[in-house]
Design a protein around this ligand. Structure first.
Ligand SMILES: Nc1ncnc2c1ncn2[C@@H]1O[C@H](COP(=O)(O)OP(=O)(O)OP(=O)(O)O)[C@@H](O)[C@H]1O
Ligand SMILES: [Mg+2]
Length: 267
């Protein structure tokens, strides 16, 4: 199943949350970095120790014969078991205009054989070259937001925009980062008119591991952020399952690749 994460504006933590979710996902998952502003995981969590063509190479390959055949070769391991893998995003955001999001959405659908999920970091909703085709196809579209008044206002407008555009076939939901600043889960759900599918706490230490490759201490896997991410992952799977059958045609599984990004072992 395909789950799309996006934000209204600012940087509420889409990439960090996507990574936390992928590392906590209870079954095989691909974190696809589709933010047209460029990928962050290799330079952040990966500390710039690895380079990979990722999305850009996939696009190039697609022009020569179809991305579904090449997707697996662009995936890097996020954990030692290869349960969570990464499709690295664009190194050069200028190349976003060349990406055929429709074609990519189909390629991502091809790895959704029921056993492999895709969590797509789609970046900011109003960005130029936003991957609307991927959002359109997702079983769940998750708007990531903070809990301040300005964050919730921006999120409310973004939800209205997603609805107006009829951009989503799947379910719309919100992921709240740092609840209680000052609004809580219930108030935010009411303001947005969509279910809050998850809540992640403010946890600067664990977030810095994910967003900037800070050293992962022994307790990283037990951090408040990772523990909450496990709960959110399970909930997202439940939400997505309701839409799965009509949105994700079954295809062949993607074999594991040999490379691992980041050094922290979550499981
Ligand atoms: N749960 C959290 N607790 C504390 N800090 C967080 C949390 N999530 C993210 N952050 C921090 O917020 C900053 C922005 O995070 P991130 O890059 O994930 O945002 P984003 O929404 O993907 O931004 P952009 O739209 O620019 O890609 C980073 O410094 C990250 O460490
Ligand atoms: Mg991001």
């Amino acid at each position: 199943m395909l789950i799309a994460l996006c934000s209204a504006k600012g940087a509420p933590g889409v990439t960090t949350s996507g990574l936390a979710l992928a590392l906590s996902w209870p079954r095989p998952v691909v974190l696809a970095e589709l933010d047209p502003a460029g990928g962050d995981v290799l330079a952040g969590y990966g500390r710039g120790e690895m380079s990979a063509g990722g999305l850009a190479d996939l696009e190039l390959a697609a022009r020569r014969g179809g991305p579904a055949r090449h997707l697996d070769s662009q995936l890097l391991r996020l954990d030692s078991e290869g349960r969570a893998r990464l499709l690295p995003g664009l190194a050069d955001p200028a190349s976003a205009r060349h990406v055929d999001w429709d074609r990519l959405a189909a390629a991502l659908a091809a790895v959704e054989d029921g056993a492999i999920d895709v969590v797509a970091d789609c970046g900011r909703l109003r960005a130029e070259h936003f991957p609307a085709a991927v959002v359109h196809r997702a079983a769940v579209v998750v708007l990531t937001t903070g809990s301040s008044l300005r964050a919730v206002r921006a999120a409310t407008q973004a939800i209205a925009e997603l609805r107006e555009r009829e951009a989503c076939l799947g379910m719309l939901g919100a992921l709240v980062i740092g609840p209680g600043e000052p609004y809580g889960e219930r108030e935010i759900g009411e303001a947005l008119g969509v279910p809050v599918v998850g809540v992640l706490p403010r946890d600067a230490k664990a977030a810095a591991v994910l967003s900037d490759g800070a050293p992962a201490g022994r307790l990283f896997a037990q951090s408040a952020l990772l523990r909450a991410a496990r709960t959110v992952a399970t909930r997202l799977i439940e939400f997505a399952a309701a839409h799965e059958s009509r949105l994700t045609p079954p295809q062949a599984a993607v074999p594991a690749s040999a490379t691992t990004v980041g050094s922290s072992r979550v499981r």
